[in-house]
Write a protein that binds this ligand. Structure first.
Ligand code: ATP
Length: 206
């Protein structure tokens, strides 16, 4: 198995890269999706969060109110650590489970927005960083997600900058042009760096 860590700033195009790699044959493990899953209604993770922070972090339907939880942990370092102590082990366990379930010759792509911030780069065979100009990312977040511009700016500022991400990267994909151009770059990555590995593993198994 080749384990690829995929990261990049918010709005850089990680999901677009991940989707193209899946079309080529990769197995995707999406950290954001897992992070939502481990605190879904009825989960043990959500019960622990309520035990730690009270039901003021639930919305009217009994689901996690992310804005309310964010407000609680935003300015309180100890509270944030308590939250992470609940969620991170669950995300790690689920990731390990999904990785173990992938075929042994798979190229497994882990889409992890905070891969560099959390210090996970050394745990992958290959780290792919997607980058795009901050102005482009802002435009995308406002245009395609309907995000408020000031909110998008704050989120970008809260993450690692591209210099830090590039320092951890084996491969950098620049996504400042069209989606077609991005797909061409991803296809080249697949053909040159990922597919040979997969083929090599397959041939060793037969
Ligand atoms: P997040 O960190 O918020 O998950 P992301 O890095 O996964 O963001 P994407 O969701 O892939 O980013 O891209 C953000 C938005 O910009 C999406 O709506 C996507 O379709 C669009 N987009 C990505 N790349 C391009 C491009 N080259 N041209 C036009 N639109 C693009």
């Amino acid at each position: 198995m080749l384990r690829v860590g995929l990261t990049g700033g918010i709005g850089s195009g990680k999901s677009a890269v991940a989707a193209r790699l899946v079309e080529r044959g990769a197995v995707l493990i999406d950290a954001d999706q897992i992070a939502r899953e481990v605190v879904a209604p009825g989960s043990a993770g959500l019960a622990e969060i309520v035990a730690a922070f009270s039901d003021r972090v639930l919305d009217a339907d009994g689901a996690l109110d992310r804005a309310a939880l964010g407000a609680v942990v935003f300015a309180d370092e100890a509270a944030r650590r308590r939250l992470e102590a609940i969620t991170h082990p669950r995300v790690r366990a689920r990731t390990a489970e999904l990785t173990a379930a992938a075929p042994p010759d798979a190229v497994v792509v882990n889409d992890v927005p905070l891969l560099v911030e959390v210090g996970l780069a050394p745990t992958y065979h290959l780290v792919v960083v997607v980058q795009a100009a901050v102005s482009t990312r802002l435009d995308r977040l406002v245009r395609t997600r309907g995000m408020d511009r000031a909110d998008a700016e704050r989120r970008i500022a809260a993450q690692a900058d591209d210099d830090r991400r590039r320092a951890a990267a084996d491969v950098v994909l620049t996504n400042d042009a069209s989606l077609t151009a991005l797909h061409t770059a991803v296809d080249a990555l697949w053909e040159r760096r990922l597919l040979p590995y997969e083929r090599n593993l397959r041939s060793r198994r037969v």
